[in-house]
Design a protein around this ligand. Structure first.
Ligand SMILES: N[C@H](CCC[C@H](N)C(=O)O)C(=O)O
Length: 287
């Protein structure tokens, strides 16, 4: 199969974007993995498919696949910003405000005059069972979403929540680490990602709080490994820090790939994420 694609990145989290608005794309998991492979394919953290939506009031369907596994997932924040840039730049829509539906959500994407994109990421899901997280036998710690989880022989205070996809956030101050670049991501990342208490695995965030308006974050992503940035992970980390009483309602999140700004007033409000979205190149591949 000959396939045209667009390579994009948002804060260094990179994507292969495929246009299925004119005709459906029949790509299996093996072909998704090939597309995502950095040596045998194009290479990307995730693959995004753009489809028209039949739902009234919704412009597009937004489907996300992790490149390493080829499996479909519920959400991708950096990808949502690239999605907005993609459909606008290709003239698939004339408006700067775009409504997309994912497998379990609807998102509103807004292209800003400065080139960044703001995404309404909806409310965080805080109930453990809906993350999903098995909290059986555990009692919450400093706040209702923080749980004592045994990982590699040590008990870690993990903030557990969903942005549509599952997240576990470790405030590095809890393990005496004051520099995210020295966080034990290589060891704790895979151990948290595959932990038995997360039946659908989990994205593992490592949070360094610099001050109430500025954090540094690394994320070992589910079925992707450490990425240069994770949009849903940035939202989850800021929500966790606000629930802990350690962050203000708007926070700059410094990731290895760039800066994201996350805002959450708390309660039933949506999380807003703003950040960059760039096209890198166009290409064709035979699968
Ligand atoms: N690895 C994630 C999907 C991509 C999320 C990330 N790239 C983002 O920007 O939110 C998961 O399996 O839930």
């Amino acid at each position: 199969m000959r396939l045209r694609f667009t390579k994009m990145q948002g804060a260094g989290n990179d994507f292969v974007v495929l246009d299925a608005t004119a005709a459906p794309l029949a790509i299996d998991a093996r072909q998704m993995r090939q597309l995502g492979d950095r040596r045998f394919g194009v290479g990307a953290d995730q693959l995004l498919i753009v489809e028209r939506s039949a739902t009234p009031g919704v412009d597009f369907r937004y489907r996300i696949f992790n490149g390493a596994s080829g499996e479909e997932v519920e959400h991708c924040g950096n990808g949502a910003r690239c999605f907005a840039r993609y459909v606008r730049d290709r003239g698939l829509i004339e408006r700067d405000t775009i409504v997309v539906e994912t497998v379990n959500n609807q998102l509103v994407l807004k292209l800003q005059a400065d080139g960044r994109v703001t995404v309404d990421m909806n409310r965080p899901v805080l109930e453990a069972a809906r993350v999903p997280f098995d909290a059986s036998g555990l009692r919450p710690l400093a706040f209702a979403q923080q749980w004592p989880v045994e990982v590699l022989g040590r008990t870690l205070p993990l903030a557990v929540l969903s942005m549509g996809n599952p997240h576990a956030v470790l405030d590095l101050a809890a393990i005496g680490c004051d520099d995210v670049d020295r966080a034990p991501v290589e060891t704790l990342g895979p151990a948290i990602e595959a932990h038995a208490r997360f039946p659908r695995k989990v994205n593992a965030g490592f949070l360094q709080i610099v001050d109430r308006g500025h954090v540094r974050l690394r994320v070992f992503e589910r079925d992707a490994g450490e990425t240069l940035a994770c949009g849903t992970g940035a939202c989850a980390a800021v929500v966790a820090g606000i629930l802990a009483g350690r962050l203000d309602p708007q926070v700059d999140v410094e990731t290895r790939g760039g800066l994201l700004t996350i805002a959450w007033p708390g309660g039933e409000a949506s999380v807003a994420m703003t950040g960059p979205a760039e096209t890198v190149f166009e290409g064709e591949i035979t699968l």
